[in-house]
Design a protein around this ligand. Sequence first.
Ligand SMILES: *Cc1c(COP(=O)(O)O)cnc(C)c1O
Length: 400
Amino acid sequence: MSNPNERFNRITPSERVLMGPGPSDVSARVLQAISAPTIGHLDPEYLAIMDETRGMMRRLFRTRHEMTMAISGTGSAGMECCVVNLIEPGDEMIVCVNGVFGTRMKDVAERCGAVVHPIELAWGQSFEPDAIAQALKEHPNTKVVGIVHAETSTGAHQPLEEITQIVHDSGALLLVDAVTSLGGMDVRVDDWRIDAIYSGTQKCLSCPPGLAPVSFSPAALEKIQNRKTKVASWYLDVSMLAQYWGSDRVYHHTAPINMTYALHEALRIILEEGIDARIARHTLNHRALRAGLEAMGLSYIPPRSLTTLNAVHVPEGVDDAGVRKRLLNDFGIEIGAGLGPFKGKAWRIGLMGHASTKRNVLLVLSALETIMADQGRSVARGEGPAAASAVYETKQAVPA
Ligand SMILES: *Cc1c(COP(=O)(O)O)cnc(C)c1O
């Protein structure tokens, strides 16, 4: 029974500085775009917005792939969409596992009926091309190789240029998770001949969570067209989605209209800044943060760090949860905790999209210094921010 006297208050979320593994800060422009009037998903005005959004996604992916679109759902929906369409039950797939998201891709592939050959590596490490070549030699019937470009759980960057060559030489297709790299690091779908790729809106695109940009190469589409079995997911069936995103405009499911507005505005912001300038900004802020953290005695976990996510060891004797709690309560800053083998042992500091700024770098360094000093750590006050500032002073050295 409902109580007529019951009152529900308006929600009042605090403004945070989102420096975790995602979501990242969303700009006022994007929040404004999302509040525009909701119109029909077949309204000619909406279709025009879709087309433009698609065109901008192609630019960001640096691809001419016709089959580029936004899946309704978060990054994981993009992952499922790619796998469920590419894999037929019994297909062999190599999945590179060195963190949470490789593990998730393996799980998704198994659920789709793939015979998965995982290549496992210690968390934090990146794969050497030889490991992929070896696995392909052992499993010559492999149809798809799946790999994470930016492993958000460990901060490890995975170079792809050599791997793509090896995968294509074997006749397999390359599937890439670019959730934490797209919009912050170099992602070149055509140059690197990536056959299927997915991302998410709430990491370096600085949009609320809810859409997953994906792109499929003609070779990937050919495999999908030649399937002998129906795609197990009705919602994520690319051939059906293509009829809505293409000129036929066949109703499939109602598009998340206002989320598309948000993505459209986020992409406009990215292209206004320029993709290369944006990548350079992420590189610079990462270098400054890194210099600051290292000056404070913190060390990075991965040998090859992302610029969009900085994973460092929690120093011996420091109260991990206590530090994160004070960052949130006293400074409004969210950073990420460690996952899996790094639970309680890592901090993951995101510098993604709109949140990758000099202001945030200096803020988080100062806040960490204050909190660690309060915890009795002997940190020389001001060293972290000073080391970061020194990087900004020599920024001319960074190629734009
Ligand atoms: C965040 C993330 C995902 C999953 O995205 P969701 O939006 O949380 O569903 C997948 N892969 C990587 C590398 C991620 O960082």
